[in-house]
Design a protein. Structure first.
Lengths: 841, 255
């Protein structure tokens, strides 16, 4: 027998020694002739996409006898270099989770509420779909189609079919996504400075100074494996710095940790801008220079706007005069708790490394009350450094050339054409939700519960939700529990019996992404755009269907049979097989044909950029399409999508949006900002600036500031029932396996007489809860922190203490009240949102 | 002579856990029960210092495939159930094992019961007589007739665990029988096929380097030679471990 050397050669391991050692020594295995030998367990690698986080890694699943046995990164992916993070491997624990819903269910207990047994009984798909179709048609018959609500959680881009088109053709404006509990405030920063409503990509290979701010990119924030691979390289050739109130992996690995006081991130950002300008370290190439050549940015002194000539930017001197001139490192040190010397050192380090420098803005710094301006202030540093779109900096990214959703206009009847306001109250004076420059365009996910409770603008009579669990994942949980209790009819499309399922009238069991579902995703990372294909790598062993395609088709069939065929007509006429021109004949055909429809430009446009895909079979085999690399400086030269087409330090784009919102409500911008709980007045409204944090609970009664964070093992809130999640929870710095510990500084613990493992009562303005405590040096005195993800009272037997009844610990979203960064519509969960009192039980 | 070994570059490691999960996937190791971890790949985590000057050292651990292993002489079976392969892998023959746990007791990196000893990990685990590695198989459904159960998933997939990776190796099975000990094999079944151990191949940071430590030209030997700082766990015990660590997990701080 001969030892095969494919991976040994790749890693230049001792080939010679192996030949000398003689292979039979490894116990006489038979000659391996195939890639997948019987010794290794005959099987094959099938491509799909991990949806454990929004990195959306192209992966491959090893399939033996129709079972998924292991996962790896797709070696063809240019985003993850063929590696997935721990979440990819954990996916199988969701697929084979014994607590999955296995058949359609209906509620037999009319009473609803937390802890109330729904008394679910199994029913046929036919009965379940008939019930849903009848409810839809009843609304339509009564002219109340707008009282239908579709709530979406995580998704693939097949979302159009259930979230957009079905909702619109039925006749409701209420497609409500989860987006604003995720990161809309984070997008606000780059949009109102450089016109990019989205996540940034980063050229880490060429980065010499990375400042991570409010996230841990080796754990989350959209390019996880690529960052894991590149982090040590940055430390080796340059500097890694991290701003986070809590110790995390990037802070441990890098040269600088700036443990900012929760919510004071904006102070730190404007002080860094102040230092970069006073030290003369801004990018001359990108920002421009003083006409006289002498740096006139001196602390406390205003500058004549005419003295500075800008190149790719707009409003630098206005920003200096209005905000930055007095924001010294010393000023920031008093607020942030970060040493002034460290602020200066990091700002200078960035300036010296620029433009090979990137500020990596994460939701921790943005998803806060007033977080929009913090996001702008942090992201604006990339403008000063001239690093945006530059080698080694943050990039905008590209999109794969896939098909768009076909228009629904021809399928909307008179009822569906009626205009109605949305249930989340977006666009009202107190919810500007200024997505992409348009007032009321953004979703206010978490306020949907309030809209439902207050029947404002109207009552919601029926809702469908998929891949979501809002009574767990939204702050102010009790509002969702009450709203779901009040809702007359709810159908939940889900894999697990989650908290939201417990309020359902009909439960439809769904396929698990990566393993059982057709779909596709669009991503950008590591300088590449990518289209990734999700396909069923194994046959479902439960009676489950796909939420985004099969179920809406089946509902459409029922609606057609009962006399309303518009939806089925739309699905049949608009989603045709791009190869044969044929329509789907059933749900199973539809789910594949629709996926194929979206991706078909990848092989039909022969001269397109990026990877060459021969046909659908080739796409299924490869599982991923990679673009060409992002061209640096793509938007330089006046191509930023802002009002001025420049990088705006004085945001004309925000001025236009805010003014439009104020005019809509017949008031002025000052009044809008006051209504929305910002402190800015006058021109300050249009620049990145410091806003003091807003805290629920005064410091006397609630002396500790609570910090929420995300686990590197959280699979979009779907891993709490996985044994592996609990077993390796210790991998989140400070955390313990099989526990959900509240970390506090040992000095505070000592003064309260709290030891590791003690049960503590955590009290906030929302109520009192219990969990275990752990003294830990990773937070400052006065700060306590706990990971989001545990504290389930449903979902499964590992996740809950007693299923349907009680939790082992507390869900962070119960501790935190519902509040918002209103300009973006985001739910606030960071920035020192809530104060707590801690007592030993 | 050949001595397969592993280098783990702690500066590259971010402690993500992909190695541990890839190991569990590959080798179908069980869920923790009664002081047995079944984590052939695991971690020790130590925090030191005071806020804000805090360090946390994360060390990925696995069987050290020692040159002077304590486990082999501890085995009372003749010939011992634990043995050295010619490549230097410390293997375990589950057919010969009598489950006395003496190997766990003698191995400085193992513990007969981590709950009792308080050890952060144990290289060797013991399969007590029980239903199987899939811990939840006996659970009742949470919604009667509405949700699944472990035993149902096993029946429908005809596999315990359902995601069992069915490989073959002469001395150990893809799932070990009851009443024997088990531990990391350096994925000998993969190595025989020219593949890297699962933990090495899955590391997104390329922090693990596998090969012959006796060959000065091998990748791990070169990495050791170039390293400023190397360490091995509990060298004072004299077992001559063949897992070598480079650098430190927490980086040097400015200022």
């Amino acid at each position: 027998m001969q030892i095969r050397r494919r991976e040994f050669l790749k890693s230049t391991v001792a080939v010679g020694a192996f030949a000398a050692a003689g292979a039979p020594s490894l116990n006489g295995l038979a000659q391996a002739s195939e890639t997948c030998t019987s010794q290794l367990g005959a099987g094959s690698w099938v491509a799909s996409v991990c949806q454990g986080c929004t990195t959306w890694c192209p992966v491959e699943v090893y399939v033996q006898d129709g079972r998924a046995v292991k996962v790896r990164g797709n070696p063809r992916s240019k985003q993850n270099d063929g590696f997935c993070c721990p979440r990819g491997h954990m996916g199988m624990q969701e697929l084979y989770d014994p607590d999955r819903v296995k058949v359609p269910l209906k509620r037999t207990n009319p009473k609803k509420g937390r802890g109330v047994d729904p008394k679910f009984v199994p029913i046929s798909w036919d009965e379940a779909l008939d019930t849903i179709a009848d409810k839809i048609l009843e609304l339509r018959k009564n002219g109340e189609a707008h009282k239908y609500l579709l709530m979406r959680g995580r998704y693939t881009y097949m979302r159009d079919i259930i979230y957009a088109s079905m909702t619109k053709i039925i006749g409701s404006p209420n497609g409500i996504s989860h987006s604003a509990i995720c990161a809309e405030a984070e997008k606000f920063g780059p949009y109102y400075t450089e016109g990019n409503w989205g996540y940034r990509d980063y050229d880490l290979d060429n980065c010499k100074y990375l400042l991570v701010w409010g996230c841990d990119p080796v754990s989350s924030n959209r390019m996880v494996p690529a960052t894991i691979r590149r982090l040590s390289g940055i430390v080796e050739r340059g500097t890694l710095a991290t701003v986070d109130p809590k110790l995390q992996t990037s802070a441990l690995k890098g040269q600088e940790w700036l443990p900012v006081k929760p919510g004071e991130d904006g102070a730190l950002a404007v002080a860094m801008a102040h230092v970069i300008l006073t030290e003369g370290l801004w990018s001359r190439e990108f920002v421009g220079d003083f006409t006289g050549g002498k740096n006139l940015f001196q602390p406390g002194k205003t500058v004549d706007e005419a003295a500075f000539t800008e190149i790719e930017t707009h409003g630098l001197v206005k920003w200096w005069n209005l905000e930055l001139k007095d924001k010294t490192a010393k000023w920031a040190a008093e607020r942030t708790g970060v040493d002034a010397k460290q602020i200066e050192r990091v700002a200078k380090g960035l300036g010296e490394a620029a433009p090979y420098a990137a500020i990596w803005l994460g939701p921790g710094a943005a998803m806060a009350v007033r977080g929009s301006y913090t996001a702008m202030a942090i992201h604006a540093l990339n403008g000063l450094l001239g690093s945006t779109d530059h080698e080694g900096g943050p990039l905008a990214g590209m999109k794969p050339p896939v098909n768009k959703m076909p228009s629904v206009d021809a399928y909307k009847d008179e009822l569906a054409k009626q205009k109605h306001k949305k249930i989340d109250q977006r666009g009202t004076k107190a919810f500007p939700a200024l997505k992409k420059g348009k007032p009321g365009k953004g979703v206010v996910t978490n306020n949907t519960a309030q809209g439902m409770l207050d029947a404002d603008p109207y009552e919601i009579k029926m809702a469908i939700g998929y891949m979501n669990n809002f009574p767990f994942s939204c702050t102010g949980v009790d509002r969702w529990e009450r709203a779901m209790t009040k809702l007359p009819f709810y159908a939940h499309l889900t894999t697990n019996p989650s908290e939201m399922t417990m309020f359902a009238d009909i439960v439809l069991p769904c396929t698990v992404a990566t393993f059982e579902k057709w779909g596709f995703v669009k991503t950008k990372q590591n300088r590449y755009a990518c289209a990734g294909l999700l396909q069923p790598v194994v046959k479902p062993f439960w009676d489950v269907k796909t939420d985004e395609t099969e179920i809406p088709w089946l509902i459409a069939e029922k609606l057609a049979a009962k006399g309303f065929s518009n939806l089925l007509d739309y699905y049949k006429n608009e989603y045709k097989d791009p190869d044969t021109g044929e329509s789907a004949k059933n749900a199973a055909e539809f789910t594949e044909i629709a996926t194929k429809y979206y991706l078909s430009p990848l092989w039909l446009k022969k001269d397109g950029p990026g990877d060459k895909i021969a046909d659908w079979e080739d796409m299924k085999k490869k599982g991923v399409w990679n673009s060409d690399p992002y061209p640096f400086k793509k938007r330089w030269g006046g191509k930023f999508k802002t009002k001025t087409h420049k990088f705006e330090f004085y945001s004309e784009t925000l001025k236009a949006a805010l003014t439009a919102h104020a005019e809509k409500h017949k008031t002025d911008v000052d009044d809008v900002l006051k209504t929305c709980n910002y402190t800015a007045k006058g021109e300050q409204a249009f620049i990145p600036h410091y806003e003091p944090p807003y805290r629920w609970g005064d410091e006397k009664e609630y002396p500790f500031t609570f910090v929420d964070y995300k686990s590197r093992l959280n699979r979009e809130g779907r891993s709490a029932n996985a044994v592996w999640y609990m077993e390796f929870k210790k991998l989140d710095p400070g955390d313990e396996a099989w526990d959900d510990v509240l970390k506090m500084n040992p000095k505070d613990a000592k003064s309260l007489g709290i030891k590791a493992g003690d049960k503590v009562r955590v009290t906030s303005v929302t109520g009192s809860y219990e969990t275990r405590a752990k003294p830990w040096e990773g937070v400052a005195p006065g700060v306590v922190t706990k990971c989001y993800g545990q504290g389930h009272w449903a979902y499964g037997q590992i996740a809950a203490k007693e299923f349907g009844v009680s939790a082992e610990s507390v869900n962070n979203n119960e501790i935190m009240p519902a509040d918002y960064d209103r300009l973006s519509g985001s739910t606030a969960r960071n920035g020192g949102l809530v104060g707590v009192r801690i007592e030993k039980v | 002579m050949t001595q397969l070994g592993m280098v783990i570059d702690l500066a590259k490691c971010v402690g993500c856990g992909a190695c541990a999960f890839a190991c569990k996937s590959e080798n179908n190791t069980g869920d923790r029960v009664n002081g047995q971890t079944f984590n052939w790949a695991d971690f020790t985590i130590e925090t030191s210092g005071k806020f804000p000057k805090v360090e946390q050292q994360v060390i990925p651990v696995l069987c050290n495939h020692c040159s002077e292993p304590a486990c082999i002489p501890a085995c009372p079976v003749e010939p011992p159930a634990l043995f050295k392969s010619p490549e230097g892998i410390t293997l375990h023959d589950e057919d010969r094992c009598i489950g006395c746990q003496a190997c766990q007791d003698e191995c400085p990196y193992s513990s007969e019961d981590v709950d009792k000893s308080g050890a952060q990990y144990s290289v060797i685990s013991f399969n007590e007589p029980r239903v199987g590695v899939y811990r939840r198989e006996s659970f009742e459904p949470v919604i009667e007739r509405g949700t699944g159960s472990g035993s149902e998933v096993i029946r429908l997939t005809n596999s315990d665990p359902p995601d069992r990776n069915r490989y073959q190796h002469p001395s150990y099975g893809s799932k070990r029988r009851e009443e024997v000990t088990e531990k990391c094999t350096f994925c000998a079944h993969r190595v025989a096929e020219g593949l890297l151990p699962a933990c090495v191949g899955a590391c997104p940071a390329d922090a693990r380097i596998f090969g012959d430590l006796e060959d000065p030209k091998s990748a791990p030997s070169k990495a050791i030679k170039q390293a400023k700082k190397t360490s091995r766990l509990q060298e004072d015990k004299g077992t001559k471990p063949n897992v070598v660590y480079l650098g430190a997990f927490t980086g040097k701080k400015n200022g």
